[in-house]
Design a protein around this ligand. Structure first.
Ligand SMILES: [Zn+2]
Length: 62
């Protein structure tokens, strides 16, 4: 396989690129996927919780 950062050929089982030190692209993509999942969960919570709290406060005020 090839390093995506510097295009140096590196071993498939290499943890990091020996040339530039960039970690394996696979671990980076899984990390960004986790970030995307976390961002989606946070967005859903904000979209669901804020109207719920707002309606509860509105009901209490009436
Ligand atoms: Zn590299």
């Amino acid at each position: 396989m090839q390093c995506k950062a510097c295009h140096t050929p590196i071993a498939a089982n290499a943890i990091a690129c020996p040339s530039c030190g960039v970690t394996k692209p696979k671990s980076m993509s899984s990390r960004s996927k986790k970030w995307l999942l976390t961002a989606t969960v946070v967005a859903v919570i904000i979209i669901v919780i804020i109207p719920m709290v707002a309606s509860l406060l509105w009901m209490q005020s009436n």
